[in-house]
Design a binder for this molecule. Structure first.
Ligand SMILES: Cc1ncc(COP(=O)(O)O)c(C=O)c1O
Length: 367
């Protein structure tokens, strides 16, 4: 069988809301206001409504959202920040961008989410912030982690880059920690047509600091109060993201149906699928299976016209940029996951019939 199912199709994302995007772009261009105007404000308000947060502060990327959050929370150069090794390198790069030191905690073998027991062990290292990652769109378990952070006087900054539209017992991802950070990289559940990010918080203090830091450290009189960044979401991106926000839930439901088909269809293959926590709504940013013969399966699926991807192929603690702060510690669960995880196509351009064909193709390849 030869199919034509790419892993991701940016054109399909655009096609779905083409008229509305073109109108939004025209509206912005005709307004003559391109930076921090009515569109950003309206999008921030809409995002705050979606998540239930008191404040939403839009920034230039998900990486910046994390870096600015660490600075807003008072972290300084040399402070240790604990995160997971099986995340996008951006999580650790954001920590280093503000001079902090990324250290790691291993993940649970069934969910691939941060393991609270391992966080507890790692807290001995004077951790000033914890960044749990809601990997693939599944909210990570935070109860114990928040208690540990409180005890240690550390902040919790949730990396929600995969988790727009994800809920844990009715609470949107990003609402449990001090700040929740989202990426609008095009492939994300709420993807822009360019770069973007946003921070959510219920704290007046943190919201004010984030607004100040995203624009040179300006106070209301445009006096720089401390070293700041230039990290603003632009008006065009905000207008486009606002259009995408209208279809977020509908697209999440579509991915949910794909995930159900994959889960049911792949049950007998022996492939391992990350376990779902109870009480959560998964954003299904990625549908990930674990397969020891990953390379062969990827190649065989490619030959059948099915695109796949790996999130993530290398554990961060083994990368030269992050190895130094980690003192040679190993994280067996994350390392094993890195060798086995495989993401199947799971976005808007994939139909339910496509998902069935992908299941069939996987079964054929494995038999
Ligand atoms: C888990 C995670 N954190 C942070 C980021 C950084 O986001 P951005 O690419 O918008 O800077 C990404 C995006 O790749 C991500 O997947």
């Amino acid at each position: 069988m030869t199919l034509q199912i790419p892993f991701f199709d940016g054109r399909a994302v655009f096609r779905e809301i083409e008229d509305r995007v073109l109108q939004a772009v025209q509206r912005v261009l005709r307004s003559g206001q391109f930076i921090l105007g009515a569109e950003v404000l309206a999008f921030e308000q809409a995002f705050a409504t979606l998540t239930g947060a008191r404040f939403a502060i839009a920034v230039a990327s998900g990486t910046d959202a994390l870096s600015l959050s660490l600075r807003a929370a008072g972290l300084a150069a040399g402070d240790r920040v604990l995160t997971v090794p099986n995340t996008a390198p951006a999580t650790a790069a954001a920590i280093q961008a503000v001079g902090c030191r990324p250290i790691f905690a291993d993940v649970h073998p069934d969910t691939l989410l941060i393991c609270p027991e391992h966080v507890e062990q790692q807290m001995q290292a004077e951790v000033r912030a914890i960044i749990p990652v809601h990997l693939y769109g599944q909210p990570a378990p935070l109860n114990h982690i928040i208690a540990l952070a409180k005890n240690a006087g550390a902040v919790v900054i949730e990396d929600c880059s995969h988790a727009a539209g994800a809920f844990d017992h009715g609470l949107h991802a990003g609402r449990r920690g001090d700040i929740g950070c989202f990426s609008f990289y095009p492939t994300k559940p709420l993807g822009g047509m360019g770069d973007g990010g946003i921070c959510i918080t219920d704290s007046d203090h943190l919201a004010a600091r984030l607004r100040m830091l995203r624009m040179y450290g300006f106070n209301e009189h445009r006096i720089c109060m401390e070293p700041g960044f230039n990290s603003r979401l632009d008006e065009l991106q905000a207008a486009i993201l606002h259009e995408r926000l209208h279809v977020l839930e509908q697209q999440q439901q579509h991915r949910q149906r794909l995930a159900e088909r994959y889960t049911k269809g792949l049950q007998k293959t022996g492939l391992r699928i990350p376990l779902l926590r109870s009480g959560i709504t998964h954003a299904w940013h990625q549908f990930v299976v674990r397969v020891p013969q990953r390379k062969q399966l990827m190649k065989a699926l490619q030959q059948m016209g099915i695109g796949t991807a790996v999130h993530y192929e290398h554990s961060l603690h083994l990368m030269p940029a992050f190895a130094a702060s980690n003192g040679g510690q190993r994280f067996p669960q994350a390392e094993r996951a890195a060798a086995e995880v495989l993401s199947l196509p799971c976005s808007r351009h994939v139909s339910e019939a496509d998902a069935d064909q992908i299941v069939e193709a996987v079964i054929t390849c494995l038999s």
